[in-house]
Design a protein around this ligand. Structure first.
Ligand code: ATP
Ligand code: MG
Length: 428
């Protein structure tokens, strides 16, 4: 036997038994996003490596060690996208969607990072994202956060997540603060771990984001960015908090919340849970007012967020409100003789066209009636639809309820269609 080739480590198959909950989550997200007037954009999975170097930042974990980069056959340096914002901005600039316009966009798809695989952290993972261009906030910041809250609420996760909020200020106020932070960290250098020492010079704000419990105390006493905000950022942040309070959206201020990517300014937020261990961030977002310019466009304010799909699904599966998504077939169509197959195929399609939403499986592969009834039962269908010699002669169809002890019925095709329509709208 040939050797079996397995999937790449950290890249998951999503099997048929799992896809219903994925479809449900995606459906809810789409519906909420459309309800807020967002339009879908789809961009390629592969981009030029420079796009990510320039946007995410050279000294971030992603660019330093997590990207899947390769030279293609033309020796062009390309990467599988590790995140979506840079791609969306690239497309927006390229197609003239951003200049002097307001855009509310969303997209969903796979991303790739060479991280250590563990529960809630994979090398291919999915995100659903929203981005808004052309609005400086804080009104849109509040509305975008409300949108993310609505998604989580509609997925039944509201009681399991909390919203954390911070402001990173403008790039200028941050560079002033950065000096103070480096000074503080340098004075306490002996307490830093290897990762933080590396970040100290390259990206000191990321030290605040360290998950190492030994650094907790040190980080707690570090100077706070929020205490060194410029007046405009402070006003922005306070107004946002008022809007959220008014909307009844609870939040916690977390002065140590800095996002992993370099491009964020002002508002940053995360929806976190304590139910998924170390991978507790479900959704992360923030404002990135300088990114469009950094990527060659005209200065354009922008804000967005991404929901991690795998973590969302894991949490949904743990939630007491886990929706039981119904996806099996309603009916299974069998025939007493293979000669009836062409007629069965035709009638099955007639029923599908007459009964919106009907999930009807046609038996293929032959076998006697008994074995076909067994397959019908195994399919989980509520009904078996049967045609045989008698039915063909009388242009009728038989219907057997597989789950309730009721007599088999004999109906005309249009009667059966009406009957199923009624049952399907009543969810059988
Ligand atoms: P983390 O701190 O968990 O590494 P991050 O800051 O790298 O997250 P973002 O780049 O902001 O994450 O991505 C947004 C969301 O996408 C995360 O909150 C998370 O839900 C999800 N996500 C990020 N990386 C992964 C991954 N490797 N596997 C699964 N989901 C991920
Ligand atoms: Mg990460």
């Amino acid at each position: 036997m040939a050797e079996i080739i397995q999937a790449v480590r950290g890249m998951n198959d999503i099997l048929p038994e799992e896809t219903p909950i994925w479809q449900h989550a995606e459906f809810i997200m789409r519906r909420v996003l459309q309800g807020y007037g967002y339009q879908e954009i789809r961009t390629p999975i592969v981009e030029k490596t420079d796009l990510f170097k320039r946007s995410i930042g050279d000294v971030t974990d992603i660019v330093e060690k997590e990207m899947y980069s390769f030279l293609d056959r033309n020796q062009e340096n390309l990467s599988l996208r590790p995140e979506g914002t840079a791609c969306c901005v690239r497309a927006g600039i390229e197609h003239g969607l951003l200049y002097n316009q307001i855009q509310r966009l969303w997209y969903i798809g796979p991303y790739f990072r060479h991280e250590r695989p563990q529960k809630g952290r994979y090398r291919q993972f999915y995100q659903c994202s929203a981005e808004v261009f052309g609005l400086p906030g804080p009104d849109i910041d509040a509305e975008l956060i409300m949108l993310s809250a609505t998604i989580l609420e509609k997925l039944g996760l509201k009681s399991l997540v909390t919203l954390q909020l911070n402001s990173l200020g403008t790039a200028e106020s941050r560079s002033e603060y950065r000096k103070r932070l480096v000074h503080y960290l340098n004075e306490n250098k002996d307490q830093l771990d290897e990762d933080s020492l590396r970040r100290l010079h390259k990206n000191p704000l990321r030290v605040l984001d360290s998950k190492n419990p030994d650094l907790k105390e040190l980080i707690a006493h570090a100077p706070k960015l929020i205490e060194h905000l410029d007046a405009e950022s402070l006003m922005h942040f306070e107004t946002l908090q008022q809007y959220l309070t008014h909307a009844g959206i609870a939040f916690e201020l977390n002065p140590c919340l800095v996002r992993g990517l370099d491009y964020y300014t002002k508002t940053v937020f995360e929806w976190v849970t304590d139910k998924l261990g170390a991978q507790g961030t479900l959704c992360a977002g923030g404002r990135y007012d300088s990114l469009v310019e950094q990527l060659g466009g005209k200065p354009t304010p922008a804000i967005g967020f991404s929901v991690g799909m795998e973590r969302t699904i894991l949490l949904m599966q743990q939630s007491p409100r886990n929706p039981k998504v119904e996806s099996g077939v309603h009916a299974y169509f069998i025939m007493d003789d293979p000669s009836a197959f062409p007629a069965a195929m035709k009638i099955a399609n007639y029923l599908r066209s007459k009964v919106p939403g009907l999930r009807l499986m046609l038996h293929c592969g032959g076998g006697n009636l008994k074995s076909q009834f067994k397959k019908a039962d195994k399919s989980g269908a509520q009904y078996a639809i049967i045609i045989g010699e008698h039915e063909l002669k009388t242009r009728s169809i038989s219907l057997k309820n597989l789950r309730e002890n009721l007599p088999q019925q004999n109906l005309y095709q249009d009667e059966l269609a009406e009957y199923l329509k009624l049952k399907i709208t009543k969810k059988i």
